[in-house]
Design a protein around this ligand. Structure first.
Ligand SMILES: [Zn+2]
Ligand SMILES: [Zn+2]
Length: 135
């Protein structure tokens, strides 16, 4: 997804989304800040503000276990409520997929509990296919 398909993005949001898209993998807010210093970014708060909105729009996901952010791999999947990530602990590769069957189970549980689910992010930690076959 390009910034042009989201006309409501501010300049800062577009810059942050651009650097995450170009990275092709997760970045911490500080790594984004380092990349954007030449574009007028001075403080982590500017990056966090932009990231908050991009996460809200569904264009960026937050990876809690890495304390990092990643551009959504699915074009036009804004506002998809569930995303799963397989994170390689060796090379840092991150693959996004939609955990449909797992979500069916989780939705059943939340409905039974009366829990109001707003967002689900599943993080799988391990070794990717490429790294596993090199060992
Ligand atoms: Zn996504
Ligand atoms: Zn790997």
């Amino acid at each position: 997804m390009s910034a042009e398909t989201h006309p409501d993005l501010t300049k800062n949001q577009a810059l942050v989304f651009g650097s995450l898209s170009d990275a092709g993998g997760p970045l911490t807010a500080y790594a984004i800040l380092d990349q954007l210093r030449g574009d007028g970014f001075r403080a982590p708060l500017q990056v966090y503000r932009a990231l908050d909105k991009l996460v809200e729009y569904g264009m960026v996901h937050r990876l809690e276990s890495l304390n990092a952010f990643v551009a959504c791999a699915h074009t036009g999947c804004a506002a998809h409520g569930a995303a799963a990530f397989a994170i390689c602990e060796n090379c840092g590769d991150v693959s996004e997929f939609t955990p449909e069957k797992a979500m069916d189970l989780l939705r059943t549980w939340t409905e039974q509990q009366g829990f109001q689910l707003s967002r689900t992010t599943i993080e799988l930690r391990g070794t990717c296919k490429g790294c596993a076959s090199n060992n």
